[in-house]
Design a protein around this ligand. Structure first.
Ligand SMILES: [Zn+2]
Length: 396
């Protein structure tokens, strides 16, 4: 920045930052090595960079952005990339990108393969908040037919392992309702075997360790859930690490599945439950009674202070999916997300993507939201990354 006077308002005509050196020093003072950039200071830095940019444009002088600003941007990205992470809330069918969807549609000669990539994107990517969870769930009905062949399942699982590696995710717990892939030629056991085999291959090729969670579906026929529970029992300890309950919480309360989770407990199979993604819900209390080990989403837990205290006392981790919660309208904005309240209450959290393909995100994006939108410090974020390893089901 040598030789450029930021005090010279005539140069660009735009109101410039006066005495930039002092301004920058004050930033350094507050944030040595860019480690604690928060709130107002960050806003000032953004404004500063914008003004420097405008000045550069009108004066045709190439002014490097504030080195501090650059440092923070680079540093945040590198910091998140460098953090070893565990992803424990990831739906196999939610990882399909439009490109992969298209590839699978073509392979199976599905009518949607005639559509353009941008049309597919409009159909399966939820890039804006929807009215409800139920509306988002509708997208999975389009995805399901693409996963009814062993080769397709294999490809999706293998691809998600590769993406995990790219983001320095060293352990991933993938969840899925395997019944969704079953056909006359593809049995429930075979679906699970393909998933486990592909995860193993992912580990060999990418070094990403993994576990598989069998997801029971609230909206599925009872016999399907019973079959999946039996399969989970059969494969538990051979790659299956837990069971889960997902889908329309408002329409199908946990009460309807109580006996199945009691059975899982009898068999020593730990479980997580998607609960409190909607409000009101009775699922938290029952999930605690049943001995839930983790809670998926749990966004409305803050509305039940006694239960929240109990979750904290038992150190039950909450699988937090920030962007997903906005897109399903569980929270109104990142700022309104209760993740900080969970941490303040002493509840461990694990950051996940839920459905990265569906929401057009990845895990690094979700971690960056903690820094950029929620003003977490890097040390907070590092401790959250560690918590995600502490709550994995593997080895239990
Ligand atoms: Zn989920």
């Amino acid at each position: 920045m040598a030789g450029i006077s930021y005090d010279d308002e005539t140069r660009g005509g735009a109101p410039l930052v006066k005495q930039p050196q002092r301004f920058l020093r004050s930033c350094w003072g507050v944030s040595p090595q860019g480690l604690r950039i928060k709130g107002e200071v960050r806003e000032r830095l953004k404004r500063y960079a914008w003004k420097a940019y405008r000045l550069a444009r009108v004066s045709r002088v190439r002014i490097p952005p504030s080195p501090h600003f650059l440092f923070i941007r680079m540093n945040q990205k590198e910091f998140i990339q460098g953090l070893p992470k565990a992803e424990v809330h990831l739906h196999l069918d939610g990882t399909l990108t439009p490109a992969l969807f298209m590839e699978l549609a073509k392979e199976s000669n599905h009518p949607l393969s005639k559509r353009s990539l941008s049309e597919i994107e409009k159909l399966i990517v939820v890039s804006k908040p929807m009215r409800s969870l139920k509306e988002v769930l509708g997208v999975f009905d389009l995805i399901a037919p693409m996963l009814r062949r062993p080769r397709a399942v294999e490809k999706v699982v293998y691809e998600l392992c590769g993406k995990a590696k790219e983001q320095n995710v060293t352990y991933v717990e993938v969840r899925y309702a395997p019944i969704l892939s079953v056909t006359a030629d593809f049995s429930l056991d075979e679906v699970i075997e393909v998933i486990l085999r592909s995860l193993k291959k992912g580990e060999e090729d990418f070094g990403v360790k993994s576990g598989f969670i069998v997801t029971l579906l609230r909206n599925a026929p009872r016999k399907d859930n019973e079959a999946m529970l039996e399969a989970a029992k059969k494969f538990f300890g051979r790659g299956v690490v837990a069971i889960d309950l997902a889908n329309d919480e408002a329409g199908y309360p946990l009460e309807l599945f109580k006996d199945m989770f009691e059975e899982a407990k009898r068999c020593g199979i730990p479980f997580t439950i998607h609960a409190g993604e909607v409000y009101p819900t009775k699922d938290f209390g029952l999930a605690l009674d049943l001995g839930v080990r983790r809670i998926g989403h749990g966004t409305s837990l803050v509305r039940y202070p006694d239960l929240m205290q109990e979750v904290a006392r038992r150190k039950i981790a909450i699988e937090v999916n920030l962007t997903s919660n906005i897109r399903t309208n569980a929270v109104s904005s990142y700022k309104a997300h209760p993740v900080m309240k969970f941490l303040e209450a002493g509840i461990p959290v694990a950051i996940g993507t839920d459905d990265p393909g569906l929401f057009g995100i990845d895990l690094n994006h979700e971690y960056s939201v903690l820094l950029k939108e929620l003003d977490f410090s890097q040390s907070d974020v590092a401790s959250i990354a560690k918590q995600s390893f502490d709550c994995v089901f593997k080895g239990t």
